[in-house]
Write a protein that binds this ligand. Structure first.
Ligand SMILES: Nc1ncnc2c1ncn2[C@@H]1O[C@H](COP(=O)(O)OP(=O)(O)O)[C@@H](O)[C@H]1O
Ligand SMILES: [Mg+2]
Length: 255
């Protein structure tokens, strides 16, 4: 297996008396697509928000490329290579698709105080590399044909893909996708599946949370399953599909 790019080590997160996450440990490896699933309220969003730095964690350790990031502010984690998409559109309607993606790249283009900590920094070939990167991103997100259209004029599915494209433009080590298929219809979910799989070709690892089981089973190399804030299973899609504890957890949700 490749090196871990993201490490969650005995993470605990409480909200008042509610233990949203208890002793959660898992790793996302280079080039890997890892799925995080579980019934409603099992702690998926809390895990993603802990990683992104939306709130302080209660205990445990979070590492990005071997560097401890819990305790760092949100922007510093982004600069260190952690990208995420948001449920609400944070795009600029008047910009073109290409301009919006270029905006996403800005986070890595200015030299950041933590650059040396994470070993990032731009070389003189920065501009050429950026052009190439944007071309690649337009290609894999299927936005090439609308690159020069204004953001306001593209479809809502394309806007969703644009948010992923913008996050990818920051040249991340890993991207967090929290329910990327929400609100998409069947053929758009298929496009999303392809998109997620091709993120690998950019050398970016993926942590994806999703309710659409078919999508998760299709795109993930490995899956971590949460129930009541704890990990109840971890394995390949095939292993997860046949795991009795997982089946029980989902049957519990249905009942
Ligand atoms: N900001 C918050 N304040 C209080 N409780 C929260 C907060 N966020 C999540 N929780 C609680 O933490 C638990 C896990 O929630 P969440 O991570 O949103 O689950 P999931 O994303 O898997 O549906 C739930 O019991 C939820 O009510
Ligand atoms: Mg959630």
């Amino acid at each position: 297996m490749t090196a871990p790019v993201l490490e969650v080590d005995t993470l605990c997160k409480s909200f008042g008396g509610v233990h949203a996450i208890r002793d959660l440990s898992f790793e996302v490896h280079e080039g890997e697509i890892l799925g995080l699933i579980g019934p409603n309220g099992s702690g998926k969003s809390t895990t993603v928000n802990s990683l992104a730095g939306i709130f302080p964690i209660t205990s445990g350790k979070l590492l990005l490329g071997g560097v401890q990031i819990d305790g760092l502010p949100e922007y510093a984690r982004v600069a260190g290579g952690l990208a995420r998409t948001f449920q609400t559109a944070s795009t600029f309607a008047e910009f073109t698709v290409r301009e919006q993606i270029l905006l996403g790249s800005n986070v890595t283009r200015t030299s950041h105080p933590l650059s040396s900590v994470f070993g990032i920094g731009r070389n003189p070939d920065e501009e050429a590399t950026l052009e190439e990167r944007v071309a690649n991103i337009l290609d894999i997100t299927g936005l090439k044909d609308v690159a020069h259209k204004r953001v306001a004029t593209i479809s809502s599915a394309q806007q969703r893909f644009l948010m992923i494209a913008t996050a990818l433009a920051s040249d991340p080590k890993v991207i967090l996708l929290d329910e990327p298929a929400a609100g998409l219809v069947s053929h758009e979910r298929k496009t999303l599946s392809k998109l997620i799989k091709s993120i690998r070709t950019l050398g970016v690892a993926v942590l994806v949370i999703e309710h659409h089981m078919a999508l998760i089973m299709d795109v993930c190399d490995r899956i971590v399953v949460l129930n009541f804030g704890q990990k109840i299973a971890e394995g390949t899609p095939e292993e997860i599909r046949n795991n009795p504890a997982v089946i029980d957890a989902y049957l519990g949700e249905a009942a």
